[in-house]
Design a protein around this ligand. Structure first.
Ligand code: NAD
Length: 319
């Protein structure tokens, strides 16, 4: 088997070990692959491993030897799964490896909006406490999470973990997912319509995949219906949010703040309106990037490769 890893650098910048790949065949690992080189690098491979290098129809049709696509991510929007299915190529993703880590970042954003740790740290370091006439001061309103409503859109693995943590903070959870099923999520939890989530939540967090149905789900209309005191958190995929509409809502005070880990184009263009929007916290797609998290990712990648080589692929997203 010839195996090509197209963009290994973000998954393993050198602190983990790709050695396991050699048990499946001859392996070439590229740190990054620009689109113009994708076909050239992948054309002889039976297995292509990708995180964010796009394998759309145009590319897949030029890879006659390809038998298996191994993703290094949960989201699979970079692959034309229909085209892969037509060509008999299973696509396996890495489910669940980052559930805890993504849920943790959601609360890093939420807690920053409630406690403003970095704002206060900067104020203290710049001398404001030293020169303060009182024993304490605060720069912004401080808020408790208990009793606040957290709207969760997409109630899969990450949505459910976020719900568990929210309930430990005493929050009320309103969850929306297209096909709700019975789940025992404890007190404070209820299913809600999308409209109820939008209008009643103090925080909304997105945990749906990027699909044609969810692209720009958060648009001007959605944002207009949110409470002006509410916050939006997006750790799912950038295009789920209409960024121009979100920037406008933030800049006009129609929304209190947003925390986003993902943008429509990554890395973002310099003129992305969220880079300069008011009260918009942005992290560079790091929810999944903890050391332990990436270690778990590589272990599942190994399991997926073993299963494919044994003729029984697992975690297939295009059955
Ligand atoms: P999951 O498949 O377990 O859950 C997704 C949920 O979204 C499912 O319950 C599904 O029914 C629901 N859904 C589908 N269409 C919907 C719609 N139109 N409206 C509302 N809900 C809808 O996936 P997960 O493990 O919870 O991950 C969710 C997403 O998080 C992934 O698709 C990925 O894009 C993103 N993610 C981001 C990072 C990061 O580093 N920022 C890491 C991992 C995953």
């Amino acid at each position: 088997m010839k195996i090509v890893v197209l963009d290994g650098n973000t998954t393993n910048p050198g602190d983990l070990d790709w050695g396991f790949l050699t048990q499946f065949g001859e392996c070439t690992i590229y740190d990054r692959t620009p689109r113009v080189l994708t076909v050239e690098r992948a054309k002889d491979a039976e297995i292509v491993v990708t995180n964010k290098v796009v394998l759309d129809r145009e590319v897949l049709e030029q890879l006659p030897k390809l038998q298996f696509i191994e993703l290094l991510s949960t989201g699979y929007n970079v692959i034309d799964c229909d085209c892969a299915r037509e060509r008999g190529i299973p696509v396996s993703n890495i489910p669940a490896y980052s559930t805890d880590a993504v849920a943790q970042l959601v609360f890093a954003f939420i807690l920053e909006f409630c406690n403003h740790v970095s704002v206060h740290n900067e104020a203290v370091k710049s001398g404001e406490w030293t020169n303060c006439p009182d024993f304490c001061f605060w720069k912004t309103g401080l808020t408790e999470l208990g009793g606040k409503a957290l709207g969760i859109i997409g109630f899969g693995r990450i949505g459910q973990r976020v719900s568990e943590i929210a309930s430990a903070f005493g929050m009320r959870v309103l969850a929306y997912t297209p096909h709700p099923k019975h789940l025992d999520m404890g007190p404070g939890f209820s299913w809600a319509s999308l409209d109820e989530v939008i209008t009643e939540s103090d925080f909304i967090t997105l945990h749906c995949p990027l699909t044609p149905q969810t692209e720009h789900m958060v648009n001007g209309n959605f944002l207009q219906k949110m409470k002006p005191s509410a916050y939006l958190i997006n750790t799912s995929r950038g295009p789920v949010v209409d960024e121009a509409a979100l920037a406008q809502a933030l800049n006009t005070g129609a929304l209190a703040g947003a925390g986003v880990d993902v943008l429509s184009t990554e890395p973002p263009k310099a003129d992305n309106p969220l880079l300069t929007a008011k009260n918009c916290l942005i992290t560079p797609h790091i929810a999944w990037a903890g050391f332990e998290t990436r270690g778990r990712l590589l272990q599942i990648c190994k399991d997926n490769m073993e299963a494919f080589c044994a003729g029984t692929p697992i975690h297939v997203v295009n059955p």
